[in-house]
Design a protein around this ligand. Structure first.
Ligand SMILES: [Zn+2]
Length: 432
């Protein structure tokens, strides 16, 4: 299947494979065509097949995404609401991205429950990838010490030792996990001493975890190493080169501090993408092996995703769809390759009897008008967030589907040629 997939296109110059007992990843590579010249990487198009702890399988086309959750739930939705997510754009049940930081408190309960975390949170058939932090809740600075790293949950800071980290994962039963890393490396203001500590402790923790998991219940699950290194190019490049030699199945590019996440509204409003980050992202990706998948987690507007795909990132999450629904905003496809964001709290939608999208109809667009959504939001009805999330999630997942198609037929440049950046909403606070 992989070979026929690759032969179909004349745009791809080479193919890569990675195979372990827990992961198969085939990726074909083409030169970037529309990325900034100094950061242009390789566009990657692949298939990721994962085997979880209980033998559960998960197959995702890349570039693709896991569905973002908060404390185990898809924001605004119940498991029953998944029937409104178009199966053409994501497998059903969907693969879920959860955060260890927010779920660490549940570990004793999940252990006592006796079944995996996926069952505990109501998605028994979903593949669960346990990352470290919620992309919408950046880690707080100053949370790491020599013998422990800090996770923040609703009880405050939890100090986690290497043994405790393994124990948490044993109790929570994820199908894939992100290995903890010292990411307390702000892009501005982090001292050389702090960066060195981060570098040393992260590598030490990675090695300790890989050794301690041997013979443990999590030995069989795929593991992703976190790529940090902070803002120093030398440290970042060398950190990536070190991590690339370890027996891990993939990588999460991170370590940019909380400023990375707090700037997503800026990316959205200006269309200018993380000037201070892009060289570091590019540096990280170039230092990693081409055969293994690269993940990056943040609430990313479509243009940011396209930019990162051009740099060589494979996997993302759907936290952007949730962030918009939280703000009572909707992602709208305005042209074949362009998006806008509208705020349903704006008074101008009071009598607007059109659906959110006239280009294609999700459940929300088939059944409801902007005027009704505006009414729900102003009455603070819970259904307002539900209907917006159904729309945003469908729109975001369809974007990934269409992005893959343009990569396959060599037309990814269409996304740039039609000014695809998302404009700032007219009334971002949802009030009017
Ligand atoms: Zn819709």
């Amino acid at each position: 299947m992989c070979l026929s997939f690759i032969r179909k296109s004349r745009f791809f110059i080479s193919a890569r494979w990675y195979h372990s007992s827990a992961m198969e990843f085939s990726v074909k590579v083409a030169p970037s065509v529309v990325g900034a010249a100094e950061n242009a990487g390789e566009i990657r198009r692949g298939n990721l097949s994962l085997t979880g702890r209980t033998g559960r399988m998960c197959r995702i086309e890349t570039p693709g995404c896991f569905v973002h959750t908060q404390t185990g739930s898809i924001p605004h939705l119940t498991p029953d609401d998944l029937q409104y997510i178009d199966p053409a754009y994501i497998s059903n049940p969907p693969p879920l991205n959860m955060a260890l930081a927010s779920l660490s408190m549940l570990a004793p309960s999940v252990e006592a429950f006796g079944k995996p975390l996926s069952t505990f949170v109501g998605y028994p058939d979903s593949f669960v990838y346990l990352g470290l932090n919620d992309p919408l809740k950046p880690p707080k600075p100053g949370s790491n010490e020599k013998s422990s790293m800090g996770l923040w949950n609703r009880a405050g800071k939890v100090k986690v030792s290497p043994e405790a980290f393994l124990d948490l994962n044993n109790k929570l039963h994820p199908d894939m996990l992100q290995i903890i890393c010292d990411m307390d490396t702000q892009l501005v203001g982090a001292s050389g001493q702090r960066l060195t500590k981060s570098f040393d402790s992260s590598l030490s923790w990675l090695d300790l975890f890989l050794k301690s998991r041997q013979g443990s219940p999590v030995e069989a699950v795929p593991v992703l190493a976190t790529v940090g290194g902070g803002s120093d190019p030398w440290r970042r490049e060398n950190f990536c080169k070190e991590v690339a030699t370890r027996a891990v199945d993939g990588f999460v590019v991170d370590g940019f501090g909380d400023q990375w996440l707090s700037r997503w509204k800026e990316w959205e409003s200006t269309g200018d993408l993380f000037e201070s980050h892009k060289d570091l992202v590019s540096l990280s990706l170039r230092a990693l092996p081409e055969t293994k998948p690269r993940f990056l987690h943040a609430p990313l507007p479509p243009k940011a995703v396209i930019y990162l795909v051009e740099m060589g990132v494979d996997m993302f999450d759907t936290s952007y769809a949730a962030a918009l629904a939280d703000r009572r905003e909707a992602l709208i496809r305005t042209e074949d390759y362009a998006f806008d964001v509208i705020s349903l709290g704006d008074q101008k939608y009071f009598e607007d009897l059109t659906p959110l999208s006239t280009r294609w109809a999700c459940y929300t667009c088939k059944n409801y008008t902007k005027a009704y959504l505006h009414h729900l939001i102003h009455c603070q009805e819970i259904n307002g967030g539900v209907l917006l999330m159904i729309h945003n999630l469908n729109e975001y997942l369809k974007f990934f589907h269409d992005l893959r198609q343009t990569i396959d037929n060599g037309s990814i440049s269409l996304w740039k040629s039609q000014s695809s950046h998302v404009k700032v909403a007219t009334n971002g606070n949802g009030n009017s």
